[in-house]
Design a protein around this ligand. Structure first.
Ligand SMILES: NC(=O)c1ccc[n+]([C@@H]2O[C@H](COP(=O)([O-])OP(=O)(O)OC[C@H]3O[C@@H](n4cnc5c(N)ncnc54)[C@H](OP(=O)(O)O)[C@@H]3O)[C@@H](O)[C@H]2O)c1
Length: 294
């Protein structure tokens, strides 16, 4: 078992401290979530990234409660239907997630994806600002926001999100967005830190790993830590859960960081929030599909 104290903490703009490395649970089946979150906590992870739309908050909450030590938990608000998304709905969804997780507070609550129609993401952010004051919620932030959407919510409320969680890995380094974050005191969180596995065959990353006796995945995660991002790789493989945590006994040289910098090719796995919107009936359709699967 590795000590959790190896994971650096980053202080958010509201004073909350967040462990720089966490465990992501997107696409972990509900009936396997308890097992893998418990495994991650045993290994030493002290930060779990879930979302209402991952449909595994209940199991995350149970694993965290059973662990009996403080764990930083993030969840997210997702409703792409513009006529529903907004102020009241954001508050109602927070209370739902809070109940489902069954924890005494939530550390970080994020707007999962900006809903642009009628600028309802601004209304959702106004609700988040109030939730932080009135509910058992430590920090508030956003996900998949571009600089345009960030500027808009900051201008409208005077409140800067503590984090922006965006797709980020060596093939999509988000340099401009990260610069904006830095200038505004927003912490960058990297989702799909391993590019969902796509970056792991990279020759350069493998070569660097060989020098340190580490895998390409470990090199990539170490790179996220050294550029100052928070990240949370997902895995349902117990050896990889351990491997992904074992990144605090080496560091990448300036030269190695420089060669990883050159791998950027602005290549996304997920949707580009500057162009993409989920259809209004996305949640409804997904629910129907999951019922049909059962
Ligand atoms: N805010 C958002 O919109 C958003 C979007 C996507 C993701 N996220 C968050 O980010 C987390 C991570 O992103 P992600 O799941 O998309 O991608 P990821 O963590 O980059 O990659 C996960 C994939 O890599 C494999 N993998 C993990 N560790 C490995 C290793 N050491 N060696 C080789 N393969 C490895 C996993 O397979 P195995 O499971 O088989 O090991 C899985 O197929 C999510 O769980 C979620 O918390 C947020």
């Amino acid at each position: 078992m590795t000590s959790a104290s190896k994971v650096p903490l980053i202080t958010l703009n509201d004073g909350t401290k967040i462990p720089q490395l966490g465990f992501g649970v997107y696409q972990i089946e509900r009936n396997e979530t308890y097992k893998y979150v418990s495994k991650a906590l045993d290994v030493g992870y002290s930060h779990i990234d879930t979302a209402q739309s991952y449909a595994n908050e209940k199991e995350v909450g149970k694993a965290v409660r059973d662990y009996n030590k403080y764990v930083f938990v993030t969840t997210k608000y997702f409703n792409p239907n513009a006529s529903e998304h907004g102020y009241e709905n954001a508050k109602a969804y927070f209370r739902k997630s809070f109940k489902t997780l069954g924890l005494d507070h939530i550390d970080l609550y994020l707007i999962h994806f900006p809903v642009i129609k009628n600028e309802v993401y601004v209304d959702a952010w106004k609700a988040f600002v109030e939730l932080q004051k009135t509910e058992k919620l430590r920090s508030i932030g956003v996900s998949n926001f571009t600089t345009t959407y960030l500027k808009k919510i900051i201008d409208e409320t005077g409140v800067t999100p503590s984090v922006n969680q965006v797709e980020c890995h060596p093939y999509l380094q988000q340099n401009e967005l990260r610069k904006f974050h830095e200038e505004h005191g927003i912490v960058t969180e990297s989702w799909s830190p391993l590019g969902r596995g796509d970056v792991l065959d990279d020759k350069i990353l493998k070569q660097i790993g060989k020098k340190h006796n580490k895998t390409a995945a470990q090199v990539v995660l170490r790179w996220h830590i050294q550029i100052g991002n928070v990240t949370f790789p997902k895995s349902v493989n117990t050896e990889r859960i351990e491997e992904n945590f074992d990144i605090f006994d080496f560091s990448l040289s300036e030269e190695e960081m420089e060669s990883i910098k050159k791998l950027d090719k602005n290549e996304r796995n997920g949707p580009d929030p500057a162009e993409f919107q989920f259809p209004d009936d996305f949640l409804e359709k997904r629910q129907q599909e999951s019922q049909a699967d059962q």
